[in-house]
Write a protein that binds this ligand. Structure first.
Ligand SMILES: *[C@@H]1O[C@H](CO)[C@@H](O)[C@H](O)[C@H]1NC(C)=O
Ligand SMILES: *[C@@H]1O[C@H](CO)[C@@H](O)[C@H](O)[C@H]1NC(C)=O
Ligand SMILES: *[C@@H]1O[C@H](CO)[C@@H](O)[C@H](O)[C@H]1NC(C)=O
Ligand SMILES: *[C@@H]1O[C@H](CO)[C@@H](O)[C@H](O)[C@H]1NC(C)=O
Ligand SMILES: *[C@@H]1O[C@H](CO)[C@@H](O)[C@H](O)[C@H]1NC(C)=O
Ligand SMILES: *[C@@H]1O[C@H](CO)[C@@H](O)[C@H](O)[C@H]1NC(C)=O
Ligand SMILES: *[C@@H]1O[C@H](CO)[C@@H](O)[C@H](O)[C@H]1NC(C)=O
Ligand SMILES: *[C@@H]1O[C@H](CO)[C@@H](O)[C@H](O)[C@H]1NC(C)=O
Ligand SMILES: *[C@@H]1O[C@H](CO)[C@@H](O)[C@H](O)[C@H]1NC(C)=O
Length: 678
């Protein structure tokens, strides 16, 4: 891969400060994926082949210094989102800027070669008439101002929500005939949010918007992603550590799993003391801001986004924790519900219980490991899964493979494996970090060939690949960057704790460490893969109410309101984070106001592609039609380890075997949207 050209017009996400190491890898990889998928013009080519209008404009703007482009001037008057064509400068202005609108307007860069254009749509003539941008969608960046506290009229503080919109029709040139659709917003906009809490909707839009609109609307609808309050580019930024390095130092102490803690009770005391210190630090750094971060407030923000879009009904594709936002939204604004798909469905009543965000997630994780990761490996065979290679001359069966993996994990629990990496020097493959990586792999079956390769080599006594895979997802602080970023980077991790704790602030029942110890034991007994990470995510809530006893605007009502349109739920049979049971319980409560697709496949949300699921989803998005039955079963089109084998003779399927680390890093980039903590 060559050097990325400075002024290339592929989608490029603005970054404030320096992103953490592996996220940067993720963003760069996504850019490469987009580049590879949609080959585009290099800047030199685009200048050469640009229409004379572009050339004239570039000259004019240099000479006169005016701020018009061949597409006119941005932001447009009265645009509540203040949209500018995205460049690396288009991040919301700081809250303390009293001239925010002017600051923002001055960030308009009139040169279309600097903007982020989408892929050429097949239905249009990509470079017709030598215009490199004709028929191409465009990424527009903006922000929306909403109240910090909707419930208090004397509160003057605001939140600046970062939004990124992919406008499928692109932009209209000045003087273009009024009959052209270019530059027009579409009748509906698909609002997207990838999960978390802490997942960034703008980042999701950057990597997925063209695919989302193709999948659900044949590229007929625009897509808008927003960063929920406290997340990524939205302001105020939420972080409880002034330095990423400090967060990492603690994670060595506080991410030890039940099975390897010499004394679970002692371990719990340490982590709990740390959590007390962390919540104190959140309060010192953020003051009362955490009162305003609960899901009820996020749902109110979403209603403001709908209003700003000028649409009577909300259209959306909300995933994972996004489904929690979606069902809260539907309950609070039942008359605003349009076509809403909730994929990887939670049941937010669970999140009102102590630790409920964790222990209600575990139903199908062990099956996903057993039937999916191991079982499908054996089915696919040694050509596509390293762990299926014959051992001592004997073919591999599911029981023998499972026994081997149990033995490997048990030996890791007894003693970590020492390893060396040129980038980090000495390192260890520990039980806890390996289990977390396996849990992450269960989110996305595309990552399984790489993880199988990792485990195969580890079993063989070679830890090189394992330590590289584990390290690449482990740290926030990248020691290769000389300075820590200022201002402090927002942390999806702390934001996640604060949202989860606000949503459960008044959970009934005991809250002493004995109770939590019992919960930890139960959760890890139910799922050795997911029990620990899910437990640790909710444990900090013990100390939330000491600082913020009454979070604002938390939704406590029913979920069975009569909606202006029914919503479409998708829940997966082997989902490691949002088990099918939760989607079914939500359906039960919503009754006629919802339909459910039981998606038989692997991974978190419906990423295990099923043309049945996609067909139903598209008919709903485009036409508003839904199946009669409350629940419809859909099956994934292909099997893990064998993706693409029929079409491309296994090139895709063997990707994880031939370049396991590359494939693993792509997986981590995707994971960072759905569950930033993994
Ligand atoms: C694409 O360009 C060709 C040749 O100029 C023209 O015949 C055709 O109608 C165009 N198609 C569309 C969809 O504009
Ligand atoms: C409303 O906001 C004002 C200004 O921040 C604050 O002084 C007051 O305590 C708030 N009222 C409530 C009920 O939170
Ligand atoms: C997006 O769609 C393109 C074209 O269909 C496909 O090749 C690519 O793999 C998709 N990307 C993702 C991230 O799904
Ligand atoms: C937003 O997330 C992207 C990764 O998806 C990252 O590169 C960027 O630095 C983040 N921006 C901020 C302000 O945190
Ligand atoms: C998922 O968990 C439920 C228990 O809540 C169980 O009934 C179901 O069989 C599991 N699904 C699979 C595919 O194992
Ligand atoms: C260990 O694995 C790495 C990565 O797969 C490989 O490059 C290396 O050759 C292996 N070392 C030995 C001694 O087999
Ligand atoms: C753990 O499981 C035991 C046995 O089922 C049960 O009695 C106990 O209440 C559970 N603990 C928690 C915190 O749920
Ligand atoms: C919703 O369910 C509650 C019971 O939880 C019931 O009292 C109420 O009537 C239901 N509302 C509607 C609109 O069905
Ligand atoms: C939407 O409805 C139209 C007209 O009835 C039909 O032709 C089209 O196939 C439908 N689209 C989908 C995706 O079901």
């Amino acid at each position: 891969m060559g050097k990325i050209p400075e002024l290339a017009s592929y989608p490029r996400q603005p970054a404030r400060g320096k992103p953490r190491g592996w996220l940067m890898t993720g963003a760069a990889l996504s850019a490469l994926v987009l580049l590879a998928t949609f080959p585009q013009l290099t800047p030199a080519q685009s200048l050469n082949s640009a229409s004379s209008a572009v050339k004239r404009f570039v000259l004019n703007s240099r000479e006169s210094g005016d701020k018009d482009s061949p597409y006119g001037k941005f932001p447009l008057a009265d645009d509540p989102f203040h949209f500018l064509p995205c460049t690396p400068a288009t991040l919301p202005p700081p809250l303390e800027d009293s001239n925010a609108e002017q600051t923002w307007a001055s960030r308009f860069d009139p040169n279309p070669a600097h903007w982020s254009w989408g892929p050429a749509q097949e239905r249009e003539n990509g470079t017709a008439g030598g215009d490199p941008y004709a028929g191409r969608g465009i990424f527009l960046c903006g922000y929306l101002e909403v109240p910090l506290d909707y419930t208090n009229e004397t509160e003057s503080r605001i939140v600046r929500l970062a939004v990124t919109k992919f406008q499928v029709s692109g932009l209209a040139r000045v003087g273009e005939p009024a009959t052209s659709s270019a530059g027009k917003k579409t009748e509906r906009t698909i609002v997207i949010e990838p999960g978390g809490p802490g997942g960034s909707g703008t980042s999701y839009a950057w990597t997925a918007a063209p695919n989302v609109t193709a999948r659900f609307s044949d590229s007929k609808f625009d897509v808008l992603g927003w960063d929920p309050r406290g997340v990524n580019a939205s302001l105020p930024a939420v972080a409880c550590f002034p330095q990423d390095a400090t967060r990492d130092r603690w994670s060595l102490l506080t991410a030890v799993h039940y099975a390897v803690s010499g004394s679970p009770r002692g371990q719990l005391e340490t982590v709990d003391a740390f959590n007390a210190a962390m919540m104190r630090s959140c309060w010192e750094q953020l003051g009362d801001i955490p009162r305003f971060l609960g899901t009820g407030m996020v749902a109110r923000d979403l209603e403001q986004i709908r209003i700003a879009l000028g649409e009577d009904e909300l259209t959306g594709y909300l995933v994972s924790y996004g489904t929690g936002i979606g069902q809260t939204y539907a309950s609070m604004f039942p008359d605003s519900v349009g076509r809403l798909i909730l994929d990887g469905t939670e049941y937010v009543r669970d999140h009102r219980l102590r630790g409920g965000f964790g222990w209600t997630a575990l139903d199908n994780t062990t099956d996903a490991w057993h039937d999916g990761f191991l079982g499908e490996c054996v089915n696919a065979g040694p050509e596509y899964c390293a762990l299926a290679k014959p051992k001592e001359g004997k073919p591999v069966t599911l029981p023998t493979l499972e026994a081997r993996m149990d033995a490997l994990m048990a030996s890791l629990a007894d003693r970590p494996i020492p390893a060396y990496l040129p980038t980090t020097g000495p390192s260890l493959v520990t039980y806890s970090s390996m289990v977390n990586s396996i849990y992450g792999a269960l989110y996305n079956a595309q990552s399984w060939p790489a993880m199988a390769q990792v485990l195969y080599e580890l079993e063989d006594g070679n830890a090189t690949l394992a330590v590289a895979a584990v390290e690449s997802g482990w740290w926030f602080y990248d020691p290769a960057t000389a300075c820590s970023p200022t201002p402090v980077q927002p942390s999806d991790q702390e934001l996640g704790y604060l949202v989860i704790c606000a949503d459960a602030y008044d959970a009934p029942g005991p809250d002493d460490l004995d109770w939590w110890l019992s919960l930890w034991g139960n959760m890890t007994a139910q799922s050795w893969v997911a029990g620990n990470s899910r437990f640790y995510v909710t444990l900090p809530c013990r100390h939330f109410s000491q600082y913020w006893p009454e979070p604002v605007g938390v939704y406590r009502g029913d979920l069975n309101h009569t909606l202006s349109n029914p919503v479409l739920l998708i829940a997966e049979t082997y989902d490691p984070a949002t088990p099918l049971r939760n989607g079914r319980r939500l359906l039960q409560e919503m009754g006629e106001n919802a339909r459910l697709i039981a998606h038989h496949g692997y991974g978190h949300s419906s990423r295990d592609t099923s043309s049945c699921t996609d067909g139903i989803a598209k008919a709903y998005m485009l036409n508003g039609t839904l199946p009669e039955e409350q629940e419809t079963a859909c099956y994934a089109d292909e099997k893990p380890y064998l993706y693409g084998v029929k079409q491309d003779a296994g090139t895709l399927a063997r990707r994880g075997i031939e370049d396991p680390l590359g494939a693993w890093k792509e997986h981590l980039a995707e994971l960072s949207f759905m569950d930033p903590r993994l």
